[in-house]
Design a protein around this ligand. Structure first.
Ligand code: FEO
Length: 171
């Protein structure tokens, strides 16, 4: 059985994952409008994946005798300045999500809720991968600089990059 405190913290994370899905959907629209097919597909996939992260938490809360909560969401930005700035925003967002997962792990340990602690390990591993992938993408974009031809090649390149652990979460 989840404590009230743990339940509230998990519900907050459900909201964060749902908002992540919305942010990446907005990024999909932004890049699709720029004619970047590969980047937009990457963002659509990333958005789907965040929904899976949300659902996995959602089902866990209910499974443990709590009640998963569907909240309102903050509307994401529609403009990101440039593709480079968009990926910088994505990276910063993933660092924020990692911090939030760390806070959850901390609460689980404080409360000696080892089941939740165990459940959260999947997210800890996922965040390491997501941050690493965002860093790899940013490195590539920094290499390209302002070169339009480079951006075209990058857009093709990113089609080969599967969103991290696309096969993973079994909800
Ligand atoms: Fe669900 Fe990208 O963190």
């Amino acid at each position: 059985m989840l404590s009230r405190n743990m339940q509230a913290a998990l519900n907050k994370q459900i909201r964060i994952e749902a908002e992540s899905s919305q942010i990446y959907l907005a990024m999909a629209s932004y890049s699709e409008n720029k004619g970047l097919e590969g980047v937009s597909q990457f963002m659509y996939d990333a958005s789907d994946e965040e929904r899976q992260h949300m659902l996995k938490l959602f089902k866990y809360v209910n499974e443990r005798g709590g009640q998963a909560h569907v909240s309102d969401l903050v509307e994401p930005a529609a403009e990101f300045g440039s593709i480079k700035e968009m990926f910088e925003t994505l990276f910063k967002h993933e660092v924020f999500v990692s911090q939030s997962i760390n806070d959850l792990v901390h609460i689980a340990l404080e409360e000696k809720d080892y089941a939740t602690h165990n459940f959260l390990q999947w997210y800890v591993a996922e965040q390491i991968e997501e941050e690493a992938q965002a860093r790899t993408i940013l490195d590539k974009i920094n290499l390209i600089g302002d070169d339009k031809g480079g951006l075209y090649l990058f857009d093709n390149d990113i089609k080969q990059l599967n969103v991290v652990s696309a096969a993973a979460p079994t909800v």
